[in-house]
Write a protein that binds this ligand. Structure first.
Ligand SMILES: [Fe+2]
Length: 573
C-alpha cells in the first residue's frame, strides 16, 4: 500500500508511506531554494515520483494536510510579513486572515476542488484524495512516528493555528487516535510567539528560535519576569476546562492580542521581551500538559506542532515528574504533517519498532545520482586553487581534518528531512574551541551573534556528556539538555554559552554508520565523543540540495574543505 501526504500551506512538503513505513519525505524549499516555501509542493512531488520510480496513479490514497481552512497567503517570507503587518492595524482595516471566520461551505468545496485538480492533472484519481484536519495531521505525525502502540499515549498538538484550532488533545491507543479537546485559534498561545517575533523585527513562522536563543541571557532579570506576568494575564485555565485554556478578555482574542501587546511592550528591552516570552510559554505549556496528564491519567506523552520546535520548552517537559516518556515528532512544524497524513491513510499498518521510534532514521530525502556528483567533482577538478582527490577512507580523513582544527562541509547519502541537518548536509568542526564559532560564522553561516551551535554525539557516550540522558532517546535534535559540568570546556562551541545547555543529535551507528564512524574516529583522536554540527547552507537559504549547489556554496563561502562521497575537495593556500 502506498499513501502520499501533501502539505500545501506554509512549509510545504510531501511524504510517502509504503507498507507502514515512511520511505520518502521532502520539503518544497529544497528543490525551489526558497526557505519554508509554501503552496502546492509540485517540485518536491516531482522529485519524489522520480526518486521512487512511481507514477501518481500508483498511489493508493492521497491526503492534503488541512481540511477546511486553506490560506493561499502562506507561500513565502514576503507574504508572511505582509500578513503579520496586517495583524497590527485597527480591526476595520485588517485583512481577513487567520482572524478569518470559518469559510462558507461552498468556498471550502471550491478550494478542495482546486487543490484536488492539482494532483488530478498529474494523474491521480480524485476519488483517492482526502482532506485531513490540520491538528489531526500533527497528532498523526507524533503518534505514528513514535510507534508506541502497546500502551495508551497522550498526543498533544500546539501551534499558531491551523483549521481554526491552535492546540488539541488526543489519546492514542491500538493505532487509533481519539480527540478529547480543541483550543480554538482565537485563544492561540503559539500565535503570541509569532507576534513577538514580528515585533522584534524577525520573520514570523521562521525566526522564533532566535528569541529562544536570546532568552537565556536575560531570564534572571526583573524586567523579564514582569513581561512574563504581562503575557500571563492574557491567558487563563479554568476549572471547568481541564484540557484547554482561553484568552482572558474579548479584546485579547484573535489579532486583538497583537495590538494589545504592541502597546504593552513599548520601551521594554528586546532581551527581556525574548526572555519573558520564553518564560511564559514554558510555564504555560508545562502547566497545560501537567493538567492534561492529571486529568487523563496517561503519562506517556507525544508532541507535535510548531510550538514544540522550542527545544527549551521540551527540555522542561522532559524533566517533569508526571511525564514517564516523552517523544517529540521531528521537525514538528507544519512541514512534517505530510508524514502524519500519509501514516494515517494506512494507520492499521503503521509499523512499530522495538528499538526506537517507528519513523527511524530521518534520511528520507533524495540521494543525488552518481552522475550529478561526478559532474560537480569534474567541474571542481579543473579549477585553479582547488584540489580534488578521491580518498580511500573519507570518514577517517574527515575525522583527521576535524581534529586538526579544520572546518569540513559534508555532503553524503540521502538528505535529511526537515529543519535540521543530521550529518549528511552538515558543516562540522571541533566542539572544544570557541574560535570555531567565529570561524564558521565568518566562513559561511553569519548566524546572529547570540545563537549557539549544536553537537552530534555518539549514542554510546551520550549519557556521560548530558545530564539526565541515561535511557534517553534524542536522534532528531528536538530536545535540549544540560551539559555535564566536566564536559563544558570540551563542548563549548556546541553549547549555549550562557546557560550551558545544548540541543544534541544523538547518533546511532545503525542509523548512519558513516557519520557515526567520523565521530568515533574523531573521539579516538581527541577523546571527545562529539562534533559540532550545523546545517550546510548559506545564511537565509535552505540546506544545500544538489552536489552542484554544495560545490557552489563551498566556492562562494570561506569553507576550505568539502567531503562529497569519497572525494575531498579543498582550497589550496
Ligand atoms: Fe501547524
Amino acid at each position: 500500500v502506498k499513501t502520499l501526504g501533501i502539505v500545501d500551506g506554509h512549509s510545504a512538503s510531501v511524504a510517502l508511506v509504503e507498507d507502514g513505513r515512511v520511505t520518502f519525505a521532502l520539503q518544497e524549499e529544497r528543490p525551489t531554494r526558497e526557505k519554508n516555501r509554501g503552496g502546492f509542493p509540485g517540485a518536491a512531488l516531482s522529485v519524489l515520483l522520480e526518486t521512487q520510480q512511481i507514477a501518481l496513479g500508483d498511489i493508493d490514497q492521497i491526503g492534503f494536510c488541512t481540511s477546511y481552512y486553506f490560506n493561499t497567503d502562506l507561500s513565502g517570507r514576503r507574504a508572511i510579513l505582509d500578513m503579520y503587518r496586517s495583524a497590527f492595524v485597527p480591526t476595520e482595516r485588517r485583512r481577513d486572515w487567520i482572524e478569518g471566520v470559518a469559510p462558507a461551505l461552498g468556498d471550502i468545496k471550491r478550494q478542495q476542488q482546486a487543490r484536488t485538480s492539482k494532483v488530478e492533472a498529474l494523474g491521480a484519481a480524485a476519488s483517492r484524495v482526502s482532506f485531513l484536519e490540520h491538528h489531526f495531521c500533527h497528532a498523526c505525525t507524533a503518534y505514528y512516528s513514535c510507534g508506541n502502540f502497546s500502551e495508551k499515549v497522550l498526543v498533544l498538538t500546539c501551534d499558531g493555528q491551523g483549521d481554526m484550532s491552535s492546540a488539541s488533545v488526543f489519546v492514542g491507543e491500538n493505532r487509533k487516535l481519539r480527540k478529547l479537546h480543541d483550543v480554538a485559534y482565537q485563544h492561540s498561545v503559539g500565535q503570541l510567539y509569532s507576534y513577538v517575533t514580528f515585533l522584534l523585527g524577525f520573520v514570523p513562522l521562521e525566526h522564533e528560535y532566535k528569541l529562544m536563543g536570546m532568552a537565556p541571557y536575560s531570564e534572571r532579570a526583573a524586567g523579564s519576569a514582569r513581561i512574563r506576568d504581562l503575557f500571563q494575564r492574557h491567558f487563563a485555565f479554568s476549572g471547568s476546562d481541564p484540557l484547554g485554556w482561553s484568552r482572558t478578555s474579548p479584546d485579547s482574542t484573535g489579532h486583538g492580542l497583537a495590538r494589545l501587546i504592541e502597546g504593552e511592550l513599548r520601551f521594554a528591552r528586546f532581551d527581556e521581551i525574548a526572555a519573558g516570552l520564553q518564560m511564559f510559554v514554558e510555564d504555560f505549556v508545562c502547566e497545560w500538559i501537567e493538567r492534561v496528564v492529571k486529568h487523563t491519567g496517561v503519562h506517556k506523552v507525544v508532541l507535535s506542532g510548531g510550538i514544540f520546535m522550542n527545544v527549551k520548552l521540551n527540555k522542561r517537559l522532559n524533566e517533569m515528574a508526571c511525564i514517564s516518556g516523552l517523544f517529540v515528532a521531528p521537525s514538528c512544524g507544519d512541514e512534517s504533517n505530510s508524514i502524519g497524513a500519509a501514516y494515517h491513510l494506512q494507520c492499521s499498518t503503521a509499523r512499530a519498532e522495538p528499538n526506537g521510534p517507528a519513523l527511524g532514521p530521518l534520511y528520507l530525502g533524495p540521494e543525488p545520482s552518481q552522475a550529478l556528483a561526478s559532474a560537480a567533482i569534474k567541474r571542481a577538478t579543473g579549477m585553479p586553487g582547488i584540489e580534488a582527490a578521491q580518498v580511500a577512507d573519507p570518514d577517517a580523513r574527515c575525522a583527521a581534518l576535524l581534529s586538526d582544527g579544520h572546518i569540513v562541509a559534508r555532503f553524503a547519502g540521502r538528505a535529511e528531512f526537515g529543519a535540521r541537518a543530521l550529518g549528511n548536509r552538515s558543516i562540522l568542526a571541533r566542539p572544544d574551541k570557541w574560535e570555531m564559532v567565529t570561524r564558521i560564522n565568518q566562513a559561511i553561516k553569519q548566524r546572529d551573534f547570540w545563537m549557539p551551535f549544536a553537537p552530534s554525539i555518539m549514542e554510546e557516550r551520550a549519557a556521560e556528556v548530558l545530564v539526565g540522558y541515561e535511557g534517553g532517546y534524542s536522534p532528531y535534535m528536538m530536545l535540549a539538555f544540560d551539559v555535564e559540568p566536566s564536559w563544558h570546556d570540551r563542548l563549548m562551541a556546541a553549547t549555549h554559552p550562557y546557560d550551558k545547555t545544548c540541543r544534541p543529535q544523538i547518533v546511532r551507528r545503525e542509523w548512519n554508520s558513516s557519520y557515526h564512524s567520523i565521530i568515533r574516529q574523531f573521539c579516538d583522536l581527541t577523546g571527545i565523543p562529539a562534533i559540532l554540527n550545523t546545517s550546510f547552507n548559506l545564511h537565509g537559504y535552505p540546506i544545500v540540495d544538489s552536489p552542484a549547489e554544495a560545490l557552489d556554496v563551498f566556492l562562494q563561502s570561506g569553507l576550505r574543505h568539502l567531503v562529497m562521497g569519497d572525494w575531498l575537495i579543498s582550497k589550496s593556500d
